[in-house]
Design a protein around this ligand. Structure first.
Ligand code: NAI
Ligand code: MG
Length: 484
């Protein structure tokens, strides 16, 4: 893109004020209705990935803290939560939803500061959807008998939940809301790089007056998560994160009667046929992989374009990429914020090198990058072979591989040739073709002529190494229930 065109596209900065959130110096654990210091006395630091500045200290919970939290959750389950009428439980969840909504601006800014995601994403997607999950499951609380007629649904007890860093508050909402609605109590751990909104949520839930012990937060690293997984008095584990850790958890739970849901990685195919509305498809491709820095488990990271339109689509894609704004996550104009952590930034760079070494052609948008912070330009790889590492492994960054195809059978075979099966997208003007393809794709969610659309009423989850169990919708209640 010429300098002149770039100037037309440039906007004056429009930063959201960081003053709407008062970030404390230190955040404690939340156990048995109280904010308490970790038993080791240890705290770890959380950073803003946009400028690498320290933002606060977070309590580092250990096995002892997890044990206290599980004991509190068990007591609350036995004495209060399982005895409460389901309508009363629903009222608490509605109250949490409303209080989150009242503080949504603060939550959005906190999420962007802590995670590096753009304010547009946190303000318009993460936080409203998180609130909506609480509203949605609040509605189910007193209708479980109707949801599962004749099956006598019963709660399990204590749910242990482990959250990733890519959608910190949203993934917490996906797990907490159905657990509480079904009558379970919760011990939850945020990801170590993005604990802040969970700490604010603990304050909200405290203010909402939830009985002590029903909801507990034990922040920390992987060992804290492992302590939750291995605690003998936890009835169910819900995990979202890497396939590697998912496998460790599944092994740890083998031979126990704990229930498990795993929502792991993905390498989702986004398929564009020659009869697709191309400009819309290009927008969908960009939305599918570049927004939220590609930190999306269901990101459309493998693009399949029908051969006869490939040149045109790539040209339009490059043009669109040149206008994407990479920079300050708090600026309302920003399309691509900061990569979540130094570690993740380095992981992505490692894959760029692998891609070039494998012989694929790399293209990076010529956009300006801020000098400091974990920023990178949206990246394409062309001439990618099906067997290449960059087409097989999850990169979890704004990196798209492009392959071409000629026939429907060929693209279905290529799209399904992956260890993962979380999501997919299909772009075509022809309804029958869309139904034909979507029904043959081995992926939990398939979008047609759109991408990355979420709704609390729609179940989400994977096939194969993308995990098992569903979150969201009526299906999302099942992992938290047992039936006669
Ligand atoms: P991770 O799987 O290590 O972290 C996810 C959560 O699990 C964090 O809360 C972490 O503290 C916890 N954890 C780590 N080890 C544990 C253990 N042994 N037992 C219990 N909990 C444990 O993910 P990480 O290292 O941050 O990211 C690595 C890769 O994973 C990314 O590059 C990406 O490919 C993938 N990922 C996928 C996500 C998804 O939404 N499916 C989310 C985050 C990462
Ligand atoms: Mg952080």
């Amino acid at each position: 893109m010429s300098k002149k065109t770039q100037d037309i596209w440039s906007y004056a900065p429009a930063p959201e004020s960081s003053k709407v959130v008062q970030i404390k110096e230190k955040y404690d654990l939340y156990i048995d209705g109280k904010f308490v210091k970790p038993s080791s006395g240890k705290y770890f630091k959380s950073f803003n990935p946009a400028d690498e500045k320290e933002i606060c200290s977070i309590a580092y919970g250990n096995e002892k803290d997890v044990d206290l939290a599980v004991k509190a959750a068990r007591k609350a389950y036995n004495t209060v939560w399982s005895k409460l009428s389901s309508a009363e439980r629903g009222k608490y969840i509605f109250r949490i939803a409303r209080m989150m909504q009242e503080r949504s601006r603060e939550l959005a800014v906190a999420e962007s500061i802590d995670s590096g995601k753009t304010i547009r994403e946190s303000r318009d997607i993460d936080i409203p959807l998180a609130c909506n999950h609480f509203f949605y499951y609040a509605g189910w609380a007193d209708k479980l008998e109707e949801a599962f007629p004749g099956r006598k649904p019963k709660s399990l007890g204590v749910a242990g939940q482990i959250i990733p860093w890519n959608f910190p508050l949203l993934m917490a909402a996906w797990k907490i809301a159905p657990a509480l609605a079904t009558g379970n109590t919760v011990v939850i751990k945020p990801a170590e790089t993005t604990s802040l909104t969970m700490m604010i949520l603990a304050e909200i839930i405290h203010e909402a007056g939830l009985p002590a012990g029903v909801f507990n937060v034990v922040s920390g690293y992987g060992d804290t998560g492992a302590a939750i997984v291995n605690h003998p008095d936890v009835n169910k584990i819900a995990f979202t994160g890497s396939t590697a850790v998912g496998k460790i958890i599944q092994k740890a739970l083998a031979g126990t009667d704990k229930k498990l849901t795993l929502e792991l990685g993905g390498k989702s195919a986004n398929i564009v046929f020659d009869d697709a509305p191309i400009d819309q498809a290009v927008e969908g491709i960009v939305n599918g992989i570049f927004f939220n820095q590609g930190h999306v488990c269901c990101a459309g990271s493998r693009l399949f374009v029908q051969e006869n339109i490939a040149e045109k689509v790539i040209e339009k894609l490059k043009f669109r990429m040149a206008s994407l704004i990479v920079g300050d996550p708090l600026d309302k104009n920003t399309d691509i914020g900061a990569i979540n952590s130094k570690e993740q930034f380095e992981t992505i760079q490692k894959y760029l090198k692998i891609g070039k070494d494998e012989g694929s052609e790399m293209y990076q948008s010529p956009c300006k990058l801020p000098k400091k912070g974990n920023y990178m330009a949206p990246t394409l790889f062309m001439n990618v072979a099906q067997s290449n590492i960059i087409a097989q492994e999850e990169i979890f960054g704004p990196v798209l591989t492009i392959q071409t195809f000629r026939t429907i059978d060929e693209v279905i075979q290529k799209a399904n040739n992956s260890p993962f099966g979380l999501a997919a997208g299909v772009w075509s003007d022809k309804g029958s073709k869309v139904f034909n393809v979507t029904s043959q794709l081995r992926a939990g969610v398939v979008w047609a002529n759109t991408y990355n659309k979420f709704d609390p009423a729609a179940p989400f989850g994977g096939y194969k190494e993308s995990g098992f169990g569903r979150e969201g919708g009526l299906h999302g209640l099942i992992p938290y229930l047992k039936f006669d």
